[in-house]
Design a protein around this ligand. Structure first.
Ligand code: GAP
Length: 467
């Protein structure tokens, strides 16, 4: 089943479902909410864990050429000076001169041209000065209709301080990308693992960016999890274009096969020269068709030996690799596939969201391996103790292997609807026939069809359906 393109889902519908069913809550809602920050509720936490486990299994455990890492959020501050983030990790910022709310100049201009198509411009290619000139030329106003300040570069690294004194010496940064922990540990990884090139190091962890754009739900947040890989290779032995293509295919298969995303909602987009990050020689984004347009789900970049070279220079330590056969010493180059876990999360909700007007229901047609619960078990009636006891037995037995929900509230129809909208693929009902012949009804989420099955056959049946 694919998302119904004639009834596209809106971000408001996704946000409402996520809140109503406990996938995502706004951080600090009782205090009016914290901008660009979200907490994950019970079902959201399950889905996040599942995404991370699938990523780790596919990208790290299944490959001989991959190693895992878990580095700190606060790295040595020199890391960010060496990597260029202290100088170059900026967004163009403008301020509403009346309300003092801040906005990203490029996104405001993009919005303006969507509503008033006049010039054919690739906004991502423009410098901060060019953005400022456009705001002047078209007299672009803030979303509240007020004049804007001149666009200026704004560094999005978060600063904090270690220890009792807050001065220049105690300043540290919350990491802006997990990647730097991989580069700064490169020597230690080589020494402790004796891994031969080409090989990669992957990690999943929190990163922090002082994002100023609001209103894109979990797509763009201040604090978010990244799943990143640095794949090291000898540029004289491997052609970077081949490796780049291999990683594009590997990532594509993860998104379409493991996560089950509709290919029609995905496309690759190559970065223009101006748009690329300071460290990259080539970048392609895998974009997903979110309710607010085609946007980056993940990126693949050819970072050359930029980062290792910079860290070698700033640390005065050799970060070279020695080829065990030839003795040649050199700095490896890297291809970097980088994903955001919450962007995967949002994509999954959008892609799975379906309206079924015939049955007046909403359903999340998630792949069975992604649903927060694989099964739900219901006693037909709550006040018939024999039914409840039998249902409890079946529930306990299935919980040994699967994530199982229990529900005995309201009528069966309502329980089905409640499970459909959180994506539970199968509902099992224990009724009076169960007490006579040890069979249950299984109801399928997508077709809403039901069948009867012996309890003794459940194990094999579910193993084949949930594989
Ligand atoms: N190490 C490379 C790097 O950080 P990036 O394109 O800036 O590249 C990688 O980030 C991925 O992290 C993106 O493709 C996106 O999925 C995710 N990401 C970046 N900023 C984010 C934010 N503010 N909120 C949520 N996810 C974000």
């Amino acid at each position: 089943m694919t998302r119904n393109q004639t009834q596209p889902v809106s971000l408001e519908e996704i946000t409402a479902l996520a809140k109503r069913r406990g996938f995502v809550y706004q951080t600090g809602e009782i205090y009016g909410g914290l901008a660009n920050s979200y907490d994950y509720g019970p079902l959201g936490t399950e889905l996040l864990l599942t995404i991370k486990n699938l990523w780790w299994d596919y990208f790290i455990r299944r490959r001989d050429d991959m190693l895992g890492l878990d580095s700190q959020i606060m790295l040595h501050p020199q890391t960010w000076v060496a990597s260029g983030h202290v100088d170059s990790f900026t967004d163009p910022l403008v301020e509403d001169l009346v309300t003092h709310k801040r906005y990203r100049a490029d996104l405001l201009i993009e919005d303006y041209f969507k509503k008033n198509p006049q010039e054919q411009l690739v906004i991502a290619d423009l410098s901060t000065k060019e953005l400022a000139d456009l705001i002047d030329k078209y007299q672009i106003k803030s979303p509240d209709g007020n004049p804007l300040s001149k666009a200026q570069d704004f560094n999005i690294l978060f600063e904090t301080a270690i220890g009792a004194v807050s001065d220049k010496k105690s300043r540290v940064y919350l990491r802006g990308e997990t990647a730097q922990g991989i580069f700064t540990n490169f020597k230690q990884i080589l020494n402790s693992n004796r891994q031969k090139l080409p090989f990669g190091v992957g990690q999943i962890g929190k990163s922090f960016r002082n994002e100023i754009t609001t209103g894109q739900f979990v797509f763009r947040t201040l604090e978010f999890e990244q799943a990143e890989i640095e794949y090291f290779f000898d540029p004289e032995q491997n052609n970077w274009q081949d490796l780049f293509r291999d990683w594009q295919n590997y990532v594509w298969d993860f998104v379409t096969k493991v996560l089950g995303i509709d290919e029609n909602n995905l496309r690759w987009r190559r970065h223009t020269d101006q748009e690329r990050s300071h460290y990259s020689q080539e970048t392609s984004d895998l974009e997903y068709h979110y309710p607010f347009g085609w946007k980056e789900l993940c990126g693949i970049a050819y970072r050359t030996d930029y980062d290792l070279k910079k860290h070698q220079e700033f640390s005065q330590q050799s970060l070279e690799y020695t080829d065990p056969q030839t003795g040649k010493k050199f700095l490896p180059h890297v291809i970097e596939p980088a994903m955001g876990i919450s962007r995967i999360f949002l994509m999954l909700l959008c892609d799975a969201y379906q309206k079924d007007p015939d049955r007046e229901r909403l359903l999340l047609a998630l792949k069975t391996n992604l649903a927060p619960f694989q099964l739900a078990v219901f006693p037909l009636l709550k006040n018939k103790q024999e039914l409840v006891d039998k249902a409890r037995d079946v529930y306990q037995q299935l919980r040994q292997k699967y994530q199982v929900a229990w529900d005995d509230r309201g009528n069966i129809g309502k329980r089905y609807l409640a499970q459909d909208e959180i994506g539970t693929p199968f509902c099992l009902t224990i009724d009076f026939t169960t007490l006579e012949n040890d069979t249950v009804t299984i109801r399928h989420r997508d077709s809403a069809q039901q069948e009867r099955l012996a309890i003794s056959e459940l194990d094999n049946y579910l193993a084949s359906m949930l594989a």
